[in-house]
Design a protein around this ligand. Structure first.
Ligand code: COA
Length: 188
C-alpha cells in the first residue's frame, strides 16, 4: 500500500465518524428518529450535547445527557458526549468528518444553511449532512414539547416514557421553585 492510498484509506475511515449535535432539552422522538437515520450513514455516531447554550434550558447538562443516553440505549455505535465551545472544534477533537443536522421544514433551511456555511468557513474539512425526519416528527421541537407538557397536554407520542416522567417531575419542581419566593415574600 502506498503512502497516498494509506492516507486516503485513513481519511475514508475518519469521515465515517459523524456528530449529531444539539441542546436536547429534552430529547424527543424526532431526535431519536434522526439518530436512527444517521447511524445508517456512518460507522460511528457521536451525539453531542451542548453544555453552554443561549437557550433558557429546563434540564441541566447532566439531566439532558442521562435522558439522551437512555433514549438511545437500543442503538449500537452511538456515543453520547458533552461539548463546549465551537462545534467544529469538538468535531476536530473527535476526528469526526461529518456534522448531521435535521431539516424538518422549509423554515429550517435558511438557518441550517447559514450554520453549515459558517461551520465550513471555520473548518473546511468538516461537512454538514442534512437528513429529513419522519413526517410525523416534522413539526416537533423540544420547546413545543415543554410548552405542551407545561400546559397539561399529552406529549406521550413525542417522547420516551422516561423523558415524559422527567418532564412531569421538572414541571412540579419548577412550580415549587416559583412558589417558594412568593410564599416567603408574603410571609416577610
Ligand atoms: N426532531 C425534533 N426536534 C428537532 C429536530 C428533530 N428532528 N431537529 C431540530 N429539532 C429542534 C431542536 O430540538 C431545537 O428545538 P428548540 O429550539 O425547541 O430547543 C430546534 O429544533 C433546533 O434548534 P437549534 O438551535 O438549531 O439546534 P439545537 O439547539 O438542537 O443545537 C447547536 C444547536 C448546539 C448545534 C449550535 O448552537 C452549536 O453548534 N453550538 C456550538 C457553538 C458553535 O459552534 N457555534 C457556531 C455554529 S454556527
Amino acid at each position: 500500500m502506498t503512502i497516498d492510498s494509506l492516507q486516503n484509506f485513513t481519511t475514508h475511515i475518519l469521515m465515517k465518524k459523524a456528530i449529531y449535535p444539539g441542546t436536547f432539552d429534552p430529547i424527543t422522538r424526532g431526535h431519536i428518529d434522526m439518530v436512527q437515520r444517521a447511524v445508517k450513514c456512518c460507522e460511528h455516531l457521536i451525539v453531542g450535547v451542548a453544555k453552554s447554550t443561549p437557550k433558557n434550558v429546563w434540564f441541566s447538562t447532566e439531566e439532558r445527557v442521562a435522558l439522551v443516553k437512555d433514549a438511545l440505549k437500543h442503538l449500537e455505535n452511538v456515543e453520547v458526549k458533552v461539548f463546549e465551545g465551537l462545534l467544529v472544534e469538538f468535531a476536530n477533537k473527535e476526528n469526526a468528518g461529518f456534522l448531521i443536522r435535521g431539516v424538518r421544514a422549509f423554515s429550517d433551511f435558511e438557518y441550517e444553511l447559514q450554520m453549515a456555511l459558517i461551520n465550513r468557513k471555520l473548518n473546511a474539512d468538516i461537512e454538514t449532512m442534512f437528513l429529513m425526519p419522519a413526517e410525523e416528527y416534522g413539526y416537533v421541537s423540544s420547546s413545543r414539547v415543554r410548552e405542551i407538557a407545561a400546559l397539561g397536554g399529552d406529549i406521550g407520542r413525542y417522547v420516551t416514557p422516561r423523558t415524559l416522567q422527567a418532564l412531569k417531575d421538572k414541571i412540579v419542581s419548577r412550580s415549587e421553585t416559583k412558589d417558594t419566593p412568593r410564599r416567603s415574600a408574603a410571609g416577610g
